[in-house]
Design a protein around this ligand. Structure first.
Ligand code: ZN
Length: 162
């Protein structure tokens, strides 16, 4: 069940994705929120510099491992514009973070990229729960679908849906 609070944090994650795109990076943004609703950490993709592991969900996992107790990690929620990739799903699970809410699914992104003829990356597209079956995951959230699609369309030089 996605609440109004969830939608507010997802809004921020998608805004961070747009900010990344405006800065010449790939449009992915994520926010880590503690059990009391405090925003603890946020980031967007930083892969433009050449390090393709610089995903915001991975940065969140590393930050959480360094700054939060295991109990606080388990009660924290990660909001993200696009569903975690397998690397980030694994990192999230290894550090024991809690719930994930994503705007667009990896499956949706994969179908858009295929539609635009973008070659597949080196890592298989998997749902978070295929990598880490114990995680609590919610998404996609339909109200963000067109907006996230448009960000990726812009990245790949495609116009908005006709
Ligand atoms: Zn990732």
């Amino acid at each position: 069940m996605v609440s109004e609070t969830d939608l507010r944090h997802l809004r921020r994650a998608v805004d961070l994705a747009a900010e990344a795109l405006d800065k010449g990076d790939e449009p992915f943004g994520s926010v880590l929120v503690g059990a009391d609703g405090t925003v603890l950490f946020e980031d967007h993709n930083h892969v433009a510099g050449g390090d393709s592991t610089q995903h915001p969900e991975f940065a969140i996992a590393r930050w959480a491992a360094q700054h939060l107790s295991p109990a606080d990690r388990a009660e924290a929620t990660v909001y993200t514009s696009g569903e975690h990739c397998p690397m980030c799903s694994a990192a999230h699970a290894w550090v024991g973070l809690g719930r994930i809410v994503y705007a667009a699914s990896s499956r949706q992104l994969g179908s858009w990229l295929a539609e635009w003829g973008v070659p597949a990356g080196p890592v298989r597209t998997l749902a978070i729960t295929e990598v880490a079956p114990g995680l609590r995951v919610e998404g996609p959230v339909d109200s963000f679908t067109e907006e996230v699609r448009a960000l990726h369309a812009r990245l790949h030089g495609r116009g908005p849906r006709p």
